[in-house]
Design a protein around this ligand. Structure first.
Ligand SMILES: Cc1ncc(COP(=O)(O)O)c(C=O)c1O
Length: 369
């Protein structure tokens, strides 16, 4: 196998990915590759990843529970802190039960894995996250996708299906920032044998969850909650079924209990709403300022604000230029997004300052001119 040829091909097509090294804590102001930058590409939307209350809770969690969980949940790795967090997450999402997974990726694979013998088909929004596509692949059912956020296209696919199946959507689309029409999907699937599964990785903590009856809800703890891990919430029987049947749940080490201990504090801060209010103000300010400067951002009221530039080389060039000028904004290229829709993905956090947003957008305008 000629790996070096594969790598040089990626480089030639401006698709080679590289990792910058953070020399400081995750925050709006960071030191990356030994350079001070203002960070506009973190999913730490509520600025909880370095919040003093969460850090303190994590340390207390380590003192109480140690560092590692030691085993999978069904052996000896399931602790009191997992149980307490699951109860709190079930209550927060208005569901009977919740189940913690070690990551959003494994939670999505875990749901598909458990449903393998229960469903005959899957239909997904065209812009769903890669983990949902991988879950679909895992169980060997064809990948069928409806046009992004298009209920007519969903309906056309839906009428061709027979037997029970799954309709899957991101709630907030990870590379576009727009939101699924959950009420519209529910109306469309009414009286069919379909179950709705939503991935709320980028909405959890920011928007109130909308969880229709008998649907599946997954959200992550590594973004707005500032930590890591994920959970699925739903009816008691469904969660019990996942515990029995989800291989990515069974065959992996449980999340460290200290993370769950700290996540309980994240949930308290999410409920108190102060950080969310700051984020919402920042999103509004960003949108207004971008509009005034004539920058053509996609329509989004979430923390994710994409500026589509088309080619991968252009996206990369702008991102590198911004980095040199002290602003960290990631270039998102295929295959993460469809061909010719490479973009700069700006993400906002609660702790960004108005002046930082203004300085960023002025710079973007200059760089794009
Ligand atoms: C929509 C969506 N779902 C799932 C995941 C996976 O979550 P995790 O990072 O916890 O594995 C991500 C991660 O970026 C995501 O954007």
């Amino acid at each position: 196998m000629n790996f070096s040829k594969k790598i040089s091909d990626l480089e030639k097509n401006h698709l080679l990915r590289s990792r910058r090294v953070a020399n400081s804590a995750q925050s709006t102001q960071m030191r990356i590759n030994n350079q001070d930058v203002i960070n506009f590409c973190s999913n730490d939307y509520l600025s909880l990843a370095s919040h003093p209350i969460i850090k303190e809770a994590l340390i207390k969690g380590v003192e109480k529970y140690g560092v590692g969980s030691g085993a999978s949940h069904l052996v000896s790795g399931h602790s009191e802190s997992h149980k307490l967090l699951e109860e709190a997450l079930a209550e927060f999402t208005g569901q009977q039960s919740a189940l913690i997974f070690s990551s959003g990726y494994s939670a999505n694979l875990g749901i598909f894995s458990a449903l393998r013998d229960e469903i005959k088909w899957v239909i997904q929004d065209k812009l769903n996250h890669a983990s949902l596509i991988d879950g679909n692949r895992l169980i060997g059912l064809p990948i069928q996708r409806y046009l992004h956020n298009n209920l007519e296209s969903l309906e056309k696919k839906l009428i061709k299906q027979t037997g029970p199946g799954l309709i899957v959507t991101d709630n907030v689309f990870s590379m576009d920032g727009d939101r699924a029409n959950i009420a519209g999907i529910v109306k469309t699937i009414n009286k069919t044998n379909a179950i709705l599964m939503q991935d709320d990785a980028h909405g959890f903590g920011i928007f109130d969850p909308i969880i229709p009856q008998n649907s599946i809800y997954m959200a992550t703890l590594g973004k707005a909650a500032g930590l890591m891990g994920a959970f699925v919430s739903g009816d008691k029987e469904f969660i019990e079924f996942l515990i029995q049947k989800s291989r990515p749940y069974t065959y992996t080490t449980a999340l460290p209990p200290s993370i769950c201990h700290a996540a309980l504090e994240s949930l308290t801060l999410i409920k108190n709403g102060e950080q969310k209010e700051k984020l919402t103000t920042n999103i509004k300010h960003f949108r207004n300022m971008a509009f005034q400067l004539g920058l053509n951002f996609e329509d989004s009221n979430s923390a994710i604000q994409p500026l589509i530039v088309g080619s991968s080389s252009k996206a990369l060039k702008i991102s590198n230029r911004l980095f040199k000028e002290g602003f960290f904004v990631s270039a998102i290229r295929p295959p993460t997004v469809p061909p010719n829709t490479a973009r700069l993905r700006f993400t906002l956090s609660a702790n960004h300052k108005t002046e930082q947003i203004d300085a960023l957008l002025e710079k973007v305008k200059n760089v794009m001119a």
